[in-house]
Design a protein around this ligand. Structure first.
Ligand SMILES: Nc1ncnc2c1ncn2[C@@H]1O[C@H](COP(=O)(O)OP(=O)(O)OP(=O)(O)O)[C@@H](O)[C@H]1O
Ligand SMILES: [Mg+2]
Length: 441
């Protein structure tokens, strides 16, 4: 419509067409000037909406802490503040848009007034017929609709661009490579005697900060139980994250059965590992879904066996829906959740079982049961535990003491007791924290 009208206007009168074109150019130029402002306002508005959602969700997730700290009002204030912020940005974006449309609309109106004045003058000078002027004006009115459409389209495009640029931020994130970086050397035979080898591994969470683990060299035999001990912040969980290849070491290399990590995909490595996290170890869903999360083909018989091992069989049997009880609406205790996570990891023994504080939340009797199943698994594969419990530590075939991101000492319990002061202090502290009978377990 725009192009057709302009062509016909040109056939009728070139002078008036030039006036129209100048008016359209001015409108377009003003529009271009406003566009960056609209784009920025849209981006701010969308970011503010995102913040509002995040604040609301995290407040609801931590609702128990919020209530216990009598912080409801403060938290509501914070959410409302974010909502107000989002509103301000939204209103600003809409104002920009309205301003742009006003410019487009009044630009066309002004052009029509100018056409009328100039046309009337040209008719009085006999340079143009009245009929041509009327026809020209009709075409000029016809321009209004397409120009308004285009300007509205361009402003909505800005909000689309803003959303797209936020989505594109995801694309710039580094992805885990799907193919190995390194081809597997042909002569290389998997070495079954060592499940895991860490060779001089160093990792810092960000550049310029102190490395969370430094020059770690460690071999985990294919069978047996290795315990990692050390004060909080020593780098134990970081070491597990490196073994699970959640990140790549800054320096050094890791090997699984003698094969370098770089010659395997992330999934190939993780399929051979079992992991129980330090925090939030259950996934949303039923008990059965949680237990079959790693191996989807596990039978019910295996599930009951493993539940018996972690002393949860009676509890699960007492639930109305048994294995199909949803963990969302059946609040299990912290220790029970932890045991569900443990059961998931040990239902089929992986090559290497990584347990981060798996017995932190259980009583002495359950702990003894869990220890028995760890012992049993250690005969079938490698078990690495991060333990704050003396009984778990003493059970281990080898103990690795970490401090400040480094390995301080390795050895058996008795050996470390005589040789390492930090270990002695840790053990002393644990002895006080625990009833003496659980040590015997
Ligand atoms: N995601 C992270 N980003 C930045 N620094 C981190 C991150 N996670 C851990 N750190 C830092 O790395 C160091 C080692 O942390 P790590 O979680 O490995 O300790 P830990 O030995 O598991 O301690 P804990 O016994 O308390 O669980 C700490 O100083 C910690 O502040
Ligand atoms: Mg930790």
């Amino acid at each position: 419509m725009l192009i057709g009208s302009l062509v016909l206007m040109g056939i009728l009168d070139l002078v008036l067409l030039a006036t129209t074109v100048v008016a359209v150019i001015i409108v377009v130029a003003l529009f271009m000037l406003l566009m960056p402002g609209i784009a920025r306002a849209e981006e701010n508005s969308q970011a503010a909406m995102g913040r509002l959602g995040a604040t609301l969700e995290s407040s609801l997730q931590a609702i128990r802490t919020v209530k216990a700290s009598v912080a409801e009002d403060r938290q509501i204030e914070k959410v409302v503040g974010e909502a107000r912020d989002a509103q301000l940005h939204r209103v600003k974006a809409i104002r920009y848009q309205a301003f742009a449309w006003t410019i487009a609309f009044s630009g066309i109106q002004m052009a029509i007034v100018a056409i009328m004045a100039l046309g009337a003058w040209r008719v009085s000078q006999n340079a143009m017929e009245v009929s041509s002027l009327i026809a020209f004006l009709l075409y000029a009115f016809g321009l209004m609709f397409p120009i308004m459409e285009i300007s509205q389209g361009i402003t909505s495009l800005q909000s689309g661009f803003a959303a797209a640029s936020r989505i594109r931020e995801l694309e710039t994130m580094k992805m885990e490579a799907e193919t190995p970086v390194l081809a597997m050397p042909l002569h290389m035979e998997p070495d079954q005697s060592h499940a895991l080898t860490l060779d001089n591994v160093t990792y810092a969470y960000s550049e310029g900060t102190q490395a969370a683990v430094q020059n770690i060299s460690l071999t985990i035999p294919s069978h047996g139980h290795v315990a990692l001990v050390g004060p909080s912040g020593a780098g134990k969980t970081t070491l597990f994250s490196l073994i699970l290849r959640f990140m790549e070491p800054d320096d050094g290399a890791l090997y699984l059965n003698g094969v370098p990590f770089s010659a395997m995909t992330h999934q190939e490595i993780r399929r051979q590992l079992g992991y129980v996290e330090q925090e939030t170890p259950v996934v949303p869903g039923t008990i059965r879904e949680n237990l079959t999360f790693t191996h989807t083909d596990v039978t019910d018989e295996e599930l009951w066996d493993v539940l018996r091992e972690v002393r949860l069989d009676d509890k699960v049997r007492s639930l109305e829906h048994g294995l199909d009880t949803s963990l969302l609406d059946t609040p299990l205790s912290g220790g029970q959740r932890q045991r569900i996570a443990l059961a998931r990891a040990i239902v089929r023994m992986p090559k290497v079982l990584l347990l981060d504080e798996a017995t932190a939340q259980v009583d002495g009797i359950t702990e003894a049961a869990i220890q028995a199943c760890i012992r049993n698994r250690a005969q079938r594969g490698a078990v690495v535990t991060i333990a704050h419990r003396l009984s778990t530590v003493i059970e281990a075939d080898r103990i690795v003491v970490m401090d400040g991101g480094r390995i301080r000492a390795t050895g058996a319990h008795e050996e470390l007791l005589t040789n390492d002061t930090l270990y002695r202090e840790l053990v002393e502290a644990l002895r006080i924290a625990q009833p003496p009978d659980s040590e015997a377990a």
